[in-house]
Design a protein. Structure first.
Length: 242
């Protein structure tokens, strides 16, 4: 089955002085269906803009994107972005409303997604009563409950402590293996990218384009401290600074 296809995508934004700032310049990227691809690059180079275009939150000035399957897409942001006045279950119900899924399927989907992220006992809790890591698990459950073909993740663990982030990386890989989702993951943490990914694509400074892609072939599970992680790190770091 075809995966994500990004073809010659360009994007400019208007500046305060009436000019144009080009963020993406003819960027093309192909991600195999079911793969775990990570994007790294300098701060402000356009990584988030690219995810927003894939999600339909912004439109490219030129080029186009296609998604696998029926195009069902989940998005996990750096911050959970939960509705504070709604319970965990209601936050997932809100996502299902947006996906035009029959209401008769809601309860099963919500139950399964919450159980998948280990929060079965917290369905009726409000986000403010949960830790940061638990809130991010809810955000992941919200993305999973629509049964996406593609999961976009924009630095989802950046604001978490390392112990919590390590647990969520492990859980994410388990979910990915069990559900055959195509994941496009953005991070500024090269070692995190190496631990998670099949392939890492490296963006240039803006106007951004792909300058290299590195296949991570060492077997999983991987650790941040593995020697092989350090070897890949040096290669990717060199590409970023070339």
């Amino acid at each position: 089955m075809p995966g994500i296809e990004i073809v010659d995508v360009s994007k400019k934004y208007s500046t305060g002085d009436g000019g144009k700032l080009q963020v993406l310049a003819g960027l093309s990227l192909s991600v195999t269906a079911g793969a775990f691809r990570t994007i790294v690059g300098p701060s402000g180079c356009g990584k988030t803009t690219l995810l927003h275009i894939l999600a339909g939150l912004e439109s490219p000035d030129e080029g186009y994107v296609t998604l696998p399957g029926d195009g069902q897409l989940g998005f996990v942001f750096q911050e959970p972005r939960l509705l504070e006045w709604q319970t965990v279950g209601e936050n997932l119900e809100f996502a299902l409303d947006g996906a035009e899924i029959p209401k008769s399927n809601y309860d099963d989907r919500i139950t399964d997604a919450i159980e998948t992220v280990g929060l079965s006992d917290f369905r009726d809790e409000y986000p403010r009563t949960l830790s940061g890591g638990m809130q991010q698990r809810v955000a992941l459950a919200r993305a999973l409950c629509i049964e996406p073909d593609v999961l976009l993740m924009d630095e989802p663990f950046a604001s978490l402590d390392e112990i919590t982030a390590r647990e969520l990386r492990h859980d994410l890989l388990e979910l990915w293996r069990e559900n055959s989702i195509t994941i496009l993951f953005v991070t500024h943490d090269i070692r995190e990218a190496i631990v998670l990914s099949d392939t890492i694509s490296i963006l240039s400074k803006k106007p951004a384009d792909i300058i290299a892609s590195v296949d991570i072939t060492s077997p999983r599970p991987r650790k941040l401290t593995d020697d092989i992680t350090g070897d890949y790190y040096q290669r990717i770091f060199s590409e970023l600074n070339s």
